[in-house]
Design a protein. Sequence first.
Length: 346
Amino acid sequence: MTQPFTHDVPPQRVVFAPGAVESVADEAERLGLSRALVVATPGSGARLGARVLDLLGRRAAGLHAQAVIHVPRPVAAAGLKAAKDAEADGLVAVGGGSAIGLAKAIAHESGLPILAVPTTYAGSEVTAIFGISEGERKRVDRDVRVLPRTILYDPDLTLGLPPAVTAASGMNAVAHCVEALWVPRRTPVTTALATEALRLFVAQLPRAVAEGRDRAARGDCLAAAWLAGASLAAGNGLHHKLAHVLGGFGLPHAETHAVVLPHVARFNLAGCPEAAERLRAVFGGRDPADALAAMVSGFPVPQRLRELGFDRGKIDAAAAEVAAATITAPRPVTAGDVRRLLEAAY
Ligand code: NAD
């Protein structure tokens, strides 16, 4: 049965093509940027950032390759200072969710527009959600000003994404889709986006992990990542709350999603037959939680929270933090439920 809904999604220009990064200067011009600060992660991210800086030519104001996962507050402050020092009139975020997350933190304070060139499947470029971490806490918020105005999807940039990152990042996107099917704010659009993205990931993610240079698989996975990110407009539930709380304890984001998802699915699908039925169809009639677990176990990623370095002694604190969010849909969640779920994932 279709639930009452409000679908409220701000506009965004999306360009998807192999080689699309070559048009970054034209896209910057279209946004009216004349001094863009390129934001990236260090290492290989910085090399790609330098290439984008070159491509931007006279529209570039500099490269700030200091993004760190979960955007620690001092990293956000340094990014804002870099944008001010460079007198930037816009940000070109190149890389995964970490680079885009730093650009969002800068945009939240400065109002600078973002042009995003994503190179993982995290999907942050499609959302107005941003997070900043402080100690063991990550504060997550929404602000339409941080939504990138333009996204340039170039699947060629993902050909070198290592198998483990491909798998973890892909499961992060799969988690967006699975959760989109059971959150109360879902709409017919977010449900359709999530279902199509899942169909693409189930068919193509194993191929992209096994053979990173498979252009067809890479293109389908990046397109699926866009749809998966767009399905996040339905809002978050237990799964993303858990991932953010565990992220606050220093766990890597995408890998945590991969480990936790089958356990959350087993718990939540018991309260949402509609989502369970849809997922069963995507997985060819198999039990969805089992199928998700099988997907993860076939990938070269950590399989348990203990392999991610999670301290078992923090289970109670994590459970209390998740329970404090009083999640009631698709079924009420108590601290005891979360504790059992984390024990199983541990
Ligand atoms: P990431 O951006 O940290 O990238 C992971 C690693 O892969 C990094 O070392 C990076 O340099 C490398 N890398 C990225 N692209 C590459 C490529 N094409 N080739 C080779 N190496 C590459 O990780 P992520 O999982 O993309 O992002 C995680 C962050 O994004 C977290 O902080 C998470 O909270 C945030 N996130 C936010 C949203 C949102 O809607 N706001 C959604 C998803 C994730």
